[in-house]
Design a binder for this molecule. Structure first.
Ligand SMILES: C[C@@]1(CC(=O)O)c2cc3[nH]c(cc4nc(cc5[nH]c(cc(n2)[C@H]1CCC(=O)O)[C@@](C)(CC(=O)O)[C@@H]5CCC(=O)O)C(CC(=O)O)=C4CCC(=O)O)c(CCC(=O)O)c3CC(=O)O
Ligand SMILES: NC(=O)C1=CN([C@@H]2O[C@H](COP(=O)(O)OP(=O)(O)OC[C@H]3O[C@@H](n4cnc5c(N)ncnc54)[C@H](O)[C@@H]3O)[C@@H](O)[C@H]2O)C=CC1
Length: 217
């Protein structure tokens, strides 16, 4: 089952400070969560995130799993190149019912990571091969990225921003889901809003959407 984890406000521990740690930090950093790296060393890019206070860092060589009871994380991501220590962390996290991921163990991890085509942090297209070939996921991403960037436009992203605002108001003022759906569709296919977005008049487009909402009967 492919899902998008909501990590808002969650406490995340990442063990290790190499390339894999960096990739996982970058994906969890997209949400506002509390990230602590435990590692005996970190690469310069991770160090930069520590210096700018985006993440915390405790210089520590992990040899047992005491940190789990001490820090009580919601999610543990282990990325060391030490299979034994990674396995120990997985086993203990599972006992404590904490979501766990290990870079070297897809079978025992609670989730896996796709190759991602991202549009301004607003739209994500994910490619998985169910763990069969990560290299092929990357290759297919590279091949299809240009194509998707042609299909999905700046205007689509602007429309998503308008829809986000509109559906929040719709939930407050339009009583039934069916009517909310109709109203949002109406905004999505409104020629005037389309034109305003194309002309870069996003604020005016937003106002027009709100007018449609307020007048919805
Ligand atoms: C199962 C999975 C679980 C997970 O870790 O999440 C997993 C596992 C492993 N990958 C390994 C190796 C490589 N991984 C990559 C690249 C990526 N790997 C990614 C995801 C996944 N990798 C998950 C399944 C995704 C799916 O279903 O397709 C991507 C898509 C996303 C990301 O990592 O964020 C990212 C491309 C991102 C991008 O660029 O967009 C390359 C290619 C390269 O680096 O050029 C290689 C070398 C070639 C090769 O092995 O194919 C090894 C070590 C194997 C060993 O020891 O030999 C393991 C562990 C194992 O298999 O035991
Ligand atoms: N899921 C995936 O897509 C991929 C997974 N891998 C797997 O991920 C592992 C890590 O890869 P990289 O980050 O490239 O390796 P790396 O060697 O660059 O980084 C390992 C990090 O773990 C730290 N570390 C090692 N033992 C530790 C301990 N006991 N306590 C605290 N920190 C410790 C090291 O200081 C280092 O920062 C690889 O061994 C491989 O099995 C590798 C490539 C892709």
């Amino acid at each position: 089952m492919i899902v998008d984890l909501n990590l808002q406000g969650k406490k995340i521990i990442i063990i290790g400070g190499g390339n894999e740690a960096q990739k996982r930090i970058n994906s969890v950093l997209k949400q506002e969560c509390d990230i602590t790296v435990l590692s005996d060393s970190i690469n310069p890019q991770i160090n930069k995130l520590v210096k700018t206070k985006k993440i915390k860092f405790v210089k520590q060589k992990i040899s047992d799993t005491k940190f789990i009871s001490k820090l009580k994380p919601d999610l543990i991501i282990t990325t060391t190149n030490n299979k034994k220590i990674n396995q120990k962390i997985i086993t203990d996290a599972k006992k404590k019912k904490i979501i766990v991921y290990s870079s070297d163990n897809p079978e025992d991890s609670d989730f896996s990571n796709p190759a991602i085509i991202d549009f301004e942090n607003m739209i994500q297209i994910a490619i998985f091969t169910g763990g069969k070939s990560p290299a092929m996921s990357k290759k297919l991403k590279d091949r299809s990225e240009k194509l998707f960037k042609k299909i999905i436009t700046k205007e689509d992203i602007a429309q998503i921003k308008i829809q986000k605002i509109a559906r929040k108001i719709a939930k407050e003022i339009i009583p039934t889901q069916e009517e909310r759906k109709n109203c949002l569709r109406n905004i999505m296919s409104d020629n005037e809003i389309d034109q305003l977005i194309k002309d870069g008049q996003v604020k005016k487009a937003e106002k027009r959407a709100i007018t449609i909402l307020r007048n919805w009967k």
